[in-house]
Design a binder for this molecule. Structure first.
Ligand SMILES: Cc1ncc(COP(=O)(O)O)c(C=O)c1O
Length: 404
């Protein structure tokens, strides 16, 4: 192994030639706000995940919030409760509040980084409406247990699959287990529209509500009416006075978070390269995970269970308890050797000050807080080659030799 210093970025973004061509066509046309490319992107995304419907929006956070906001049409009240893991990117907790609900946090399992299924039931009250598991770092949450708890207590399940493109649980894609699932399409993710998000569901009624929600709560956003809107036709037309302009009827409190044609064109190009990228990332994850096990007295990562495939989003590294070095020592060493690092997320209720008003205190979520203090993640993306991974492993080995 050479001692040559390499540069390993956390992520890279691919804008394909097809995307560029489509973007140019759209820019030269009259239609850049949501239209046929968004619809095509939605249809292809739904097919890819294996759901009947997909609704594209401006971000993964909006996707989370809109999926939750659908519950208002299904009888939920403001300030009802949604169960979420205490460890996630803050967007999960923010989205619950943005949708008008209260997040009820449940600690995670330190080995999976996901919500601890055995702690969910004790958090359920008569105000609970849904469980929102997060497939953190693309590792599937324990969906069988979560769905059976939800069924027993008549709760909805909304998957936060923002980081879980390509994750498989018991032979099915993540995103097909809940009533709805939200993916992020931000540049850091395996399928990107630069900024964007998408909700998938098998329920056409939910999809129709989602289309209304993303457009200010407009009366009707079902597919045939959207396509016919300029002719004034709408299947709900008969519910209103004859001279009502259906485009200006707002039936629910909505958002403004539509995807535009330019974003959809970037996404359409990326869908073509997705399976190749997924294969490469799966190879990278396997390569790193197998070689990482030797560090287990000091450092660990997450691993796929027997019935799972991790969607390779990034490579988390967790310091073992009692090691002689700090997270900063470790990440500074990697950074000084050209390896980009990011701290892993924190316990939203106790380590992110925005959630302070909810009244939780440090110590309430020991596992999430441990990760919040002792974990980082590094890239595992498609532009990382075996040579780069050997370099990373070599640098880590050198660090342990010096510091452990
Ligand atoms: C778990 C999780 N949920 C939600 C989001 C929000 O996605 P976005 O950044 O597209 O708003 C992210 C972002 O990556 C995330 O990691």
């Amino acid at each position: 192994m050479s001692n040559k210093k390499l540069r390993i970025p956390f992520g890279t973004v691919l804008i394909t030639e097809k995307s560029k061509k489509l973007v140019n066509e759209v820019l030269n046309s009259n239609r850049v706000s949501g239209g046929k490319h968004v619809r095509e992107f939605e249809k292809r995304y739904a097919r890819l995940i294996g759901t009947k419907e997909a609704v594209a929006v401006s971000s993964g956070t909006d996707a989370d919030a809109l999926a939750l906001a659908v519950l208002h049409d299904l009888g939920a009240k403001r300030n009802d409760e949604i169960i979420v893991p205490s460890l996630s990117f803050v967007a999960t907790g923010n989205a619950v509040l943005q949708a008008g609900f209260i997040p009820i946090f449940v600690d995670i399992d330190r080995c999976t980084l996901n919500i601890a299924p055995e702690k969910i039931e004790q958090a359920i009250t008569e105000k609970t409406r849904a469980i929102m598991p997060v497939h953190l770092m693309g590792k599937p949450a324990e969906m069988d247990t979560i769905n059976s708890i939800a069924k027993k207590h008549k709760l909805f399940v909304i998957e936060d699959a923002a980081e879980a493109h390509g994750a498989v649980y018991k032979g099915k894609n993540v995103g097909t287990f809940g009533h709805m699932a939200a993916f992020s399409l931000y540049v850091a993710h395996m399928i990107t529209t630069v900024e964007g998000g998408i909700i998938v569901t098998d329920n056409p009624e939910f999809a129709e509500i989602l289309r209304s929600l993303r457009s200010h709560g407009r009366a009707c956003k079902c597919e045939s009416c959207v396509l016919n809107i300029n002719s004034g036709y709408c299947h709900k037309r008969f519910q209103y006075d004859e001279d009502t302009d259906i485009r200006f009827v707002f039936e629910r409190i909505g958002y403004s978070c539509k995807m535009n044609e330019i974003e959809a064109c970037i996404g359409l190009g990326n869908l073509d390269t997705y399976s190749e990228i997924l294969m490469k990332r799966r190879h990278n994850l396997k390569y790193m995970t197998e070689r990482f096990r030797k560090f287990s007295p000091y450092l660990v990562t997450i691993e796929a269970g027997p019935d799972e495939e991790i969607g390779p989003h990034a490579f988390p590294i967790i310091l073992q308890e009692g090691v002689n070095f700090t997270r900063n020592d470790f990440s500074n060493y990697l950074e000084s050797n050209g390896i980009d690092t990011r701290t892993l997320f924190s316990s939203m209720p106790t380590q992110c000050s925005g959630f302070k008003f909810l009244g939780y205190k440090l110590g309430d979520f020991p596992n999430a807080e441990y990760i919040g203090n002792n974990a980082i993640h590094i890239g595992i993306h498609q532009d990382i080659e075996n040579e780069h991974m050997d370099y990373i492993l070599n640098i880590i080995e050198g660090f342990i030799r010096k510091n452990a």
